[in-house]
Design a protein around this ligand. Structure first.
Ligand code: ZN
Length: 686
């Protein structure tokens, strides 16, 4: 492992800046820590709120991530108050957390890391802690004692697995104090601690010890086949994607029975190699690399064997059985170890492995599924290294239970902000590049939905999806070029949604055109185009949507954007009015045919919306102005003036109604039309 410390980058840095610099170097390497793992500290003299010199430990706050950490993420604690704890024999987690809160220099700072006591009990200025894959591999094997001695001799102390807390901190302190020859501590099934007189010294030793572990594993791996060699060849890319898109919604439905999740499909090389190997199944069942990983991946993944990976019906059968069996075994494991009456967490797998096809991970959003996936890549890496030095081992079932049901972790879950109304959902919006479609995509995403933004204008769709990802985090939106009149395009967009998120919960069928013209003058081409986009387009996307939703068995909501013209047609707009009326009839039939599956279908009927709309081309404006006997400049005022509320209707107004129909607040409404037109007597239903 390369030492990345560069003195040229650290001139004039104060102690805390140096700690931030060191932390980010560690955080930047995913083979050291992933997603919030690891922590760092320094002990310095600081002034308290009254200006008194105070011996202070500055340590990473709980919940921050080393790779992006900033000064404000490091709370300071009074060492004078912490150090007497070393004389105690025991302390509960709750008492420890409570006590440490009282030691904070600034009580409003972030909560200090759960490993604070361990850092405090090490009598050195700077302490660095990682969950280095290569070090964990040295501890997670049958011959760990021997292997660790061979790599580190007497220079590193080894502490057997105990969950972080007072006892572990005290044991590490006892192993290190009065033993100046020791350079670091390896915690079994957990990671590495190093220290020094400066942040650079602690980092240097850290990299040295990790490098020794890496070199040892590499030497041992020479001439060995990883995971016992190949058992099943992966399908080629096109074939495995076909299989993955075919089974994803069923799988998503099955693992969403307790809590709805989104899926993330992963067919990277290391995953394919692992799932196609002789020993993959057996090794994956042994357990996680560290308890930290287990919180994301659960103790074990679901492994689904199938003789022919391309046989979709057989694979679906195996997935169904596999998920059932997994949930039963999880419940059994929970019952065996539960003592405190803590309620059972979601019993469904977070990682699903299928030979020949790849891996799915689950999460409450796509970021969560990505984190779980990232972590499982590291699990595979650790298993590989451990296998090359000996035979992979993991936590006991009891330790795994205690890690997952650790009250401090359960407490963390309760601190999460309440979920938005469309959290965990996936929506597809047609015509999403601008106007009403864009406003809807923005509104649904703001409520927590993942959005597949589709449009014939690929660049426009891409720009909206980038806007959503910037606002809500990477993975919240994807863009697809889709012409709603093309069966192939529509199928392609749904394949992308199935691959990216595992399925679909909400369809907003919005794309439309408005060719003007009196019927006696209308060309067949214009008439046909209106029908193609305004009727057939809705048919094609809705057909794919209900197929996907039925496979998931999670219900769903279809929202069609109609028009005020459906109930109140105007002259010279025949192709538009007739094709939109057919769209509404289609929506009603969809409601009738899909009620038994919990799939609802409703229509929103807006009146003229000019904001950002492609519908209102120069030609349409001129033609409508003429039809109403007014000038083009007066058009917007004309539409406003004709409604009862005298309001201009905006795309955001329509998006608000779509949001209502998309989510559970309208759970008992299907086959309905809601006008968003400021109130038009002519359009009242008769
Ligand atoms: Zn740790």
């Amino acid at each position: 492992m390369r030492n990345l410390w560069n003195d040229a980058e650290t001139p004039n840095m104060d102690e805390l800046d140096l700690l931030v610099y060191q932390s980010r170097l560690i955080g930047a390497d995913p083979s050291l820590v992933v997603w919030g793992g690891g922590n760092t500290s320094i002990k310095v003299d600081q002034q308290d709120f009254r200006g008194r010199d105070t011996r202070t430990m500055i340590i990473k706050g709980s919940g921050s991530d080393l790779k992006t950490i900033e000064r404000k993420h490091f709370p300071g604690l009074r060492l004078e108050d912490i150090l007497p704890l070393f004389e105690r024999d025991s302390m509960s987690d709750e008492d420890m957390v409570d006590y440490l809160n009282k030691c904070m220099l600034d009580p409003s700072g972030p909560r200090p890391s759960i490993e604070t006591l361990l850092h405090a009990f090490l009598p050195y200025k700077s302490v660095a802690h990682s969950h280095a894959d290569s070090v964990v591999a040295l501890t997670n094997n049958q011959d760990a004692g021997q292997v660790l001695r061979a790599v580190y001799g007497e220079e590193v102390a080894v502490v057997e697995y105990i969950r972080p807390g007072f006892i572990l901190s005290k044991k590490v302190g006892e192993a290190v104090r009065g033993n100046p020859r020791i350079k670091g501590v390896v915690l079994v099934n957990h990671g590495l601690f190093t220290w020094g007189d400066s942040t650079k010294a602690a980092y240097d030793v850290h990299i040295d010890l990790v490098t020794l572990a890496e070199e040892y594993a590499q030497k041992q791996a020479v001439g060995k086949t990883v995971f016992g060699g190949l058992k099943q060849n992966p399908l080629d890319t096109e074939r495995r994607h076909r299989v993955a898109t075919a089974v994803a919604p069923t799988l998503r439905g099955m693992v969403s029975r307790r809590n709805r999740v989104v899926l993330r499909y992963d067919d990277s090389q290391d995953v394919l190699e692992f799932v196609g190997s002789q020993l993959g199944r057996e090794l994956s069942g042994i357990g996680p690399a560290t308890p930290d990983h287990l919180l994301q991946t659960k103790q074990k993944p679901l492994w689904v064997d199938v003789a022919d990976a391309e046989d979709v019906p057989a694979l679906l059968g195996s997935l169904r059985q596999g998920v059932e069996r997994y949930a039963e075994e999880y419940s059994e494991w929970y019952r065996r170890h539960n003592t405190g009456g803590e309620p059972m967490l979601d019993p469904y797998p977070r990682v699903v492995l299928v030979p020949g096809v790849g891996m799915w991970t689950t999460g409450r959003d796509s970021r969560g599924a990505l984190i779980t996936g990232d972590i499982y890549h590291h699990t595979i890496g650790v298993i590989g290294s451990a296998q090359s030095v000996s035979e992979y081992t993991s936590l006991t079932a009891r330790d795994a239970y205690e890690a997952e049901y650790w009250p401090l972790e359960l407490y963390k879950l309760t601190l999460a902000p309440p979920e938005r109304s469309l959290a965990r959902r996936v929506a597809l919006v047609t015509g999403g590049a601008n106007g009403i479609g864009r406003a809807i995509a923005l509104r649904l995403a703001a409520e927590g939905a993942h959005v597949v933004v589709t449009d014939v204008d690929q660049e426009g769709a891409q720009s909206v999806s980038e806007e959503l990802n910037r606002a809500h985090g990477q993975g919240r939106a994807i863009a697809c070029r889709m012409d709603v009149t093309s069966e192939g395009d529509v199928a392609g967009a749904f394949r992308q949604a199935r691959l990216a998120y595992g399925g679909l919960d909400i369809l907003v069928s919005n794309a439309g055109i408005a060719p003007p013209g009196a019927i006696d003058e209308l060309s067949l081409a214009d008439w046909q185009r209106a029908l193609d986009i305004n009727t057939t387009g809705h048919f094609l996307v809705a057909r794919e949507a209900v197929r996907t939703m039925r496979e998931q068995s999670l219900g769903g909501s279809l929202v069609f954007i109609g028009t005020k013209n459906v109930t109140s047609p105007g002259r010279d707009f025949g192709a538009y009015s007739a094709s939109k009326a057919a769209e509404v009839q289609l929506a009603r039939v969809l409601a009738i045919e899909n009620g038994e599956y919990g799939i609802r279908c409703n229509v929103v009927n807006p009146d003229a919306i000019f904001q950002g709309s492609n519908l209102w081309s120069k030609e349409v404006r001129e033609q409508r102005a003429q039809a109403h006997g007014i000038s083009v400049d007066d058009l917007e005022d004309f539409y406003r003036g004709r409604n009862l509320l005298k309001e201009r209707i905006s795309a955001d107004d329509v998006a608000e109604t779509v949001l209502f129909l998309a989510g559970d607040r309208s759970a008992k409404t299907t086959g309905a039309m809601i006008p968003v037109d400021g109130g038009l007597r002519d359009a009242f239903p008769r």
